[in-house]
Design a protein around this ligand. Structure first.
Ligand code: ADP
Ligand code: SF4
Length: 672
C-alpha cells in the first residue's frame, strides 16, 4: 500500500555511520523480562516489531561481563562465545524484515549486587548497591579499568559476530560510565575529579568500540540530557557541555534523562513528548542522528518533532509494545487501528520479577513465540458455534473483537448503556486516568469494522435469558464489585463494626457519591485505586486520611516508577497519610487503628470510610448455570485483577475457542 503522503518523511531511510535504517521508527532498548534465560521469546518479540515496520529494533540491556549482574532482574548477556548464538537468533528475526538490529552493551557498576555470579561489583569508588542488599562495590584500580575496557571490546566483537548493526556504549542512567561521569566521582587519578577526567573512560570506550567494530557497525551512545528532572525547569548541569565534547564521536545519540519517573512516566503524571524540553538542544550541538522517547502515539507529534529538527528518529519502547505494527499502520493511513499505549506502565514491573513482559493494550506481547500469538492475525473459526459474551468491559470487548475477527457468530450483551466496563468508569471519573479509555476506544474502533458482531446495550441478562439465547458457548465477563466489609490481604474476615460505620467503596465514588468528611480511605489493595480515590476526594475539599498496612502509599506502583510521584502528590494536596497501620474495628464516626508492627491501637475520627481492600467476583450467573450449559468465567468475574489481566483473559478465550489444550512452549536451558 502506498504511504500516506503527509507522513512520507517518517519513512525516509536514515544513515547511521556505516549502516542505514530503512525508516525513522526506532525501537530503543527496553526490558522484556526475558533475558538470557528466554532467548526464543526475546527474539520473537523483536522479530514481530521488525515485521510491524520498526526500522531499528534493539535488545534489552546486555551485560558484558559477570561483574555486571542484576539478577533476579532479567538481563541479556554476552559473556562468552556461547552467548553469540542467542543473539544471532534475534538478529536473524530482525534482518528478515529489513530492519537494523541494535544491542545495548551494559555494565551496571556499583548498582549491581551480582547475586547470580557472586562477583564483586565495581565502581569508580566503593559504594553501596542500588537494591536493598548489603553489598558495596570495589573501587576500580587502573588494572580493573583496563580489564573493563577489554571486556567491553570483546563484547562488541561478539555483538558484531552475532550480526548486530548498531552497538551501544551506555553512558545513561546510573550505570558504570555514568558513575565515572558523575561529579560525585572524586578519584584522585586521571579518571576522576575534573570534567575531562570523568569523561576519559567514555572517550576511551568509544575509541575502543569504533576501532573494534566501527568499520561495519554503527556505534551509538545512550546519554542522559538532563539531571534529575523533578519536573519544572530542566537542569542540564554538565550534561550539555559533556555531550558537546563528545558530539561527533559516536554515530548516533540516543537521548534519555536521569529521572526514570519522567522518561518512563505514567500517563497519570507525564504526557506524550515530555522529554522535548530536556533534549531539544541536542541536535544543535551534533550533526549525528538523534533519537529520543516520549510515549509517542500521535503520528502528528512524531511528524512535528522530525520536521522541526528535534529528532531524526521516532524513538519508542512502550508504543512499540502496545502496537508492534504502529509504523505500518501510519504508512497505510490506518490511524484508527493504532493500539495506543495508555501509559499504565504495566509492561515494566515484571522484568524485576523475572517474568516475561506483558501489556494492557496488547495481549499478545510476550506470547509471540510461546503461544504463537500474532498481534494482528488470528486463525479463522474452526466451527459454526454461536457465542454469547455477557459484559462489555475489557475482557468481554477483547473476546468479542478477536472472536469476531475469527468470524464466529458473536453477541455481546452489556447491562449499561455504554461499553468499556471499569475502564470507562475509571477513566471518566478518577483523576489522571483519562488515557486509559484507549483500552475501550481501540476495541470499539475494531468492532465497528466487524458489523456481524451483534452488540446489545442496556441488556442486563439473567439465567433464563442466557438459556433462552441458546448459544453454543457463553463467556461470562461480568466483572467484580469492590467489597465493603474490609476483607482483603490483611483481614480474611469482615472488619468488626463495618456495618455500623458509613462505609463506601470505589464503586460508590465512581458513581458520584461524595462521602462526608473527615473520610478515612483504607488501602489494603496497594495498587493505584487508594491513591486516586484519595486525590479525588481531597480535591473535592474533603479532609482525607489514607491508612495503609504497607510502608508506602500505593506500594505496588514502586515497580512502575510512579510511587514517589503518587505519595508526593497526596502530600502536596494535604492528604494525611498513616502507613504501617490497619483498621481493627469500626463504629459510627470512628475507626480503631493498630500499628502492624507493635499492635498498639488508637482511635481516629472518620465520618465515612472508603474501603479499598479487594473485590467480589460477579459470578452468580456462572454458579447458577455451570452444570447446565457450556459457560466459562472470563476476566474479573473469574479472578479480579488488573485491566491487563482481564484483556489477556478475553484474548485467550477467543484464541482457544475450538483449539486443543496445549501447554505453551518454554525456552529450555541446554542440558548436556
Ligand atoms: P472485566 O474487567 O473483567 O472486563 P468489568 O467490570 O470492566 O470487567 O466489566 C464487566 C461489565 O459487565 C460491566 O460493563 C457490567 O456493566 C457488565 N455486566 C455485569 N453484569 C451483567 C449482566 N448480568 N448482563 C450484562 N452485562 C453485565
Ligand atoms: Fe503502554 Fe501500558 Fe502497554 Fe506498557 S503496558 S505498553 S504502558 S499500554
Amino acid at each position: 500500500m502506498a504511504c500516506d503522503k503527509r507522513f512520507e518523511i517518517l519513512f525516509e531511510p536514515v544513515k547511521i555511520g556505516p549502516v542505514t535504517a530503512p525508516n525513522r521508527f526506532y525501537q530503543v532498548p527496553h526490558a522484556t523480562g526475558t533475558g538470557f534465560q528466554k532467548p526464543q521469546t526475546s527474539a520473537s518479540i523483536c522479530g514481530i516489531k521488525a515485521e510491524g515496520g520498526w526500522g531499528v529494533v534493539c535488545t534489552a540491556y546486555c551485560s558484558i561481563h559477570p561483574s555486571s549482574d542484576e539478577e533476579p532482574e532479567t538481563m541479556d548477556v554476552l559473556w562468552d562465545d556461547e552467548d553469540v548464538r542467542s543473539h544471532a537468533l534475534m538478529v536473524e528475526n530482525v534482518h528478515r524484515h529489513g530492519a537494523l538490529a541494535g544491542i545495548e552493551l551494559w555494565h551496571g557498576g556499583s548498582t549491581c549486587s551480582n547475586l547470580y555470579t557472586r562477583e564483586e561489583s565495581l565502581g569508580p569508588w566503593s559504594r553501596p548497591a542500588r537494591l536493598p542488599t548489603p553489598v558495596q562495590s570495589r573501587r576500580m584500580s587502573k588494572r580493573d579499568i583496563r580489564a573493563y575496557r577489554r571486556w567491553h571490546r570483546e563484547a562488541a566483537l561478539r555483538a558484531k559476530r552475532a550480526g548486530f548493526d548498531i552497538i551501544y556504549v551506555y553512558l545513561g542512567h546510573e550505570y558504570l560510565l555514568a558513575q565515572f561521569r558523575s561529579s560525585a566521582n572524586q578519584r584522585s587519578d586521571e579518571y576522576g575529579g575534573s570534567f575531562e577526567n570523568r569523561l576519559r573512560l567514555t572517550r576511551e570506550l568509544l575509541q575502543d568500540t569504533k576501532e573494534a567494530v566501527g568499520d561495519t557497525c554503527a556505534v551509538a551512545v545512550r546519554y542522559s540530557a538532563a539531571g534529575s528532572a523533578a519536573d519544572g525547569e530542566p537542569v542540564f548541569e554538565e550534561h550539555r557541555s559533556m555531550l558537546e565534547l563528545l558530539a561527533e564521536i559516536p554515530d548516533l545519540w540516543d537521548v534519555v534523562v536521569d529521572d526514570y519517573s519522567l522518561e518512563l512516566g505514567t500517563s497519570r503524571f507525564v504526557k506524550e513528548g515530555a522529554l522535548e524540553d530536556y533534549m531539544s538542544w541536542v541536535k544543535q550541538v551534533t550533526t549525528k542522528p538523534v533519537v529520543t522517547v516520549g510515549r509517542f502515539t500521535s503520528p502528528d507529534t512524531m511528524l512535528r518533532q522530525v520536521q522541526q529538527g528535534v529528532v531524526d528518529f521516532v524513538g519508542a519502547a512502550r508504543p512499540s509494545i502496545a502496537d508492534p505494527f504502529l509504523p505500518t499502520k501510519i504508512r497505510e493511513g490506518r490511524f484508527e487501528d493504532i493500539r495506543e499505549c495508555i501509559g499504565c506502565n504495566f509492561c515494566y514491573p515484571f522484568a524485576v520479577q523475572a517474568a516475561p513482559i506483558r501489556c494492557t493494550q496488547n495481549a499478545t506481547m510476550g506470547e509471540e513465540w510461546r503461544q504463537g500469538w500474532h498481534p494482528e492475525h488470528i486463525a479463522p473459526k474452526a466451527s459454526e458455534r454461536k457465542v454469547l459474551v455477557v459484559g462489555g468491559g475489557p475482557a468481554g470487548l477483547e473476546a468479542a473483537v478477536w472472536l469476531g475477527r475469527r468470524d464466529y457468530a458473536v453477541t455481546l450483551a452489556e447491562a449499561r448503556n455504554e461499553l468499556g466496563g471499569r475502564v470507562t468508569r475509571e477513566s471518566a471519573t478518577l483523576p489522571g486516568l483519562g488515557e486509559w479509555a484507549r483500552v475501550r476506544d481501540w476495541r470499539l474502533a475494531q468492532l465497528k469494522q466487524l458489523p456481524d458482531v451483534q452488540i446489545l446495550l442496556d441488556s442486563t441478562v439473567d439465567a433464563a435469558q442466557i438459556l433462552a439465547f441458546e448459544a453454543d458457548r457463553v463467556a461470562l465477563a461480568t466483572g467484580a464489585t469492590w467489597r465493603k466489609d474490609g476483607r482483603g490481604r490483611l483481614h480474611d474476615k469482615p472488619i468488626p463494626g463495618w456495618q455500623d460505620a458509613h462505609v463506601l467503596t470505589p464503586d460508590d465514588v465512581m458513581d458520584g457519591v461524595l462521602p462526608q468528611g473527615p473520610v478515612l480511605i483504607y488501602d489494603d489493595d496497594h495498587y493505584y485505586m487508594g491513591g486516586v480515590v484519595a486525590e479525588k476526594l481531597r480535591s473535592a475539599g474533603l479532609e482525607v486520611l489514607l491508612v495503609t498496612p504497607s510502608g508506602r502509599v500505593s506500594s505496588w506502583t514502586l515497580f512502575f516508577e510512579e510511587q514517589s510521584r503518587i505519595q508526593a502528590r497526596l502530600i502536596e494536596l494535604g492528604v494525611r497519610i498513616e502507613i504501617d497501620s490497619a483498621i481493627m474495628s469500626l463504629a459510627a464516626g470512628r475507626a480503631e487503628l493498630a500499628c502492624v508492627h507493635t499492635g498498639r491501637t488508637r482511635e481516629v475520627e472518620a465520618a465515612s470510610v472508603v474501603m479499598v481492600t479487594s473485590r467480589e467476583p460477579n459470578d452468580a450467573l456462572y454458579h447458577e448455570l455451570c452444570e447446565r450449559i457450556d459457560i466459562v468465567r472470563v476476566g474479573d468475574c473469574s479472578a479480579p485483577g488488573t485491566i491487563a489481566t482481564a484483556v489477556f483473559a478475553g484474548h485467550r478465550y477467543a484464541r482457544e475457542m475450538d483449539a486443543d489444550e496445549v501447554l505453551f512452549r518454554r525456552d529450555r536451558p541446554r542440558v548436556s
